[in-house]
Design a protein around this ligand. Structure first.
Ligand SMILES: Nc1ncnc2c1ncn2[C@@H]1O[C@H](COP(=O)(O)OP(=O)(O)OP(=O)(O)O)[C@@H](O)[C@H]1O
Length: 318
């Protein structure tokens, strides 16, 4: 179990992590979600004792990281897959970690096998692809057979097979009763992996909820209706006591409703329909709404992706 209480980190006048209090429990995958710059990596670094909190505290099974004897056997982490000596082979990299943590040499072969790197165990890490580097980082996290595992954006840059593999691995680690804490900035990824969700924005806690509860409260379903007789349809629906949301696109939206009664009402009143479909608002939309206030770098929909002057220059050149 990982417990954070009032955890805060300031760099000068910038607050990277702001009074975070939550618990990461065993037996489930806990997703740690937030937009870029939200403070996920800083929080994870403080859990590992790599950064010192300005205020608050972190406990790992009741202890500070520095108090853990042979810490890799308590908590295994993948923070930065590139943090490997490129001149060392995968085997030697893991052997160094094992020897400095009192872990038997035989374990190196086991974890290489688990992550599928046995065939390249003697190859130098600098020749590894992004995916192989991630697998090596995960092998390092698994080396001490720890009860707690922490992964910072483990699927970044991986192909679909690699993503599927990591997802399955995290779930099986949790099913073995371990504590699994994984960060991401993708809601869609978390929806497939995590049982519990901690969402932060600008260092602050925005949600601490089960995934099921998040889906239940945020996956709004509605019926979208389009008709060339829009005004007539609005009258019919209002007349039947149905609440309708008018969208800017000309479509009408009926909250949480069923499609059938709307279709029947339209038919009874001779209204032509061009669309009658059930829609589900995506979890990604819910996440974006939740974090909208706290996104550090916004791209504005109403401004072009490049300054006007550049585009003008290209036009002239064409
Ligand atoms: N050593 C540092 N010195 C100054 N500011 C820092 C330092 N480390 C992080 N920050 C700032 O703290 C904030 C949180 O950064 P952090 O890397 O923890 O976010 P993150 O959620 O992991 O983001 P990302 O998804 O982009 O990795 C950012 O605004 C960042 O610029």
């Amino acid at each position: 179990m990982i417990e954070l209480a009032g955890l805060t980190k300031r760099y000068g006048d910038r607050t990277a992590v702001d009074d975070l209090t939550f618990t990461v429990r065993p037996g489930i995958v806990t997703g740690f979600l937030g937009p870029n710059g939200a403070g996920k990596s800083t929080t994870m670094r403080m859990i590992l004792g790599l950064d010192h909190p300005t205020a608050g505290r972190v406990r790992i099974d009741g202890k500070r990281y520095e108090q853990l004897r042979d810490p890799l056997t308590y908590l295994g982490a993948l923070l930065d897959a590139k943090a490997v000596h490129g001149g060392r082979s995968a085997f030697n990299h893991l052997l160094c970690l094992a020897q400095s943590n009192g872990i038997p040499r035989a374990r190196v072969g086991e974890v290489l096998d688990t992550v599928g790197l046995t065939a390249v165990a003697r190859k130098k890490a600098k020749g590894f692809s992004l995916g192989m580097g991630q697998r090596l980082g995960i092998a390092g996290a698994l080396l001490g057979d720890p009860r707690i595992l922490m992964f910072d954006e483990p699927v970044n840059g991986l192909d679909p097979e690699g993503i599927h593999w990591i997802r399955t691995l995290m779930k099986s680690l949790a099913a073995q009763g371990r504590t699994v804490f994984v960060s991401s900035h993708l809601m869609s990824e978390m929806a497939l992996t995590a049982d519990h969700l901690v969402v932060i924005g600008q260092g602050r806690l925005l949600a601490d909820t089960s995934m099921a509860e998040f889906i239940r409260t945020n996956s709004r379903s509605y019926v979208r209706v389009r008709s060339p007789q829009r005004e007539r349809l609005l009258d019919v629906l209002h007349g039947a006591g149905i609440t309708v949301v008018e969208t800017g696109t000309g479509a009408l939206e009926v909250e949480g409703g069923k499609a059938e009664p709307i279709g029947e009402l339209a038919a009874q009143n001779g209204v032509v329909l061009h669309e009658l479909s059930i829609q589900q608002a995506s979890l990604e939309e819910a996440f974006m709404q939740l974090t909208a206030e706290s996104v550090e770098y916004h791209a504005h929909a109403d401004s072009p992706p490049v300054p006007q002057a550049w585009g003008a220059g290209w036009d002239k050149g064409a």
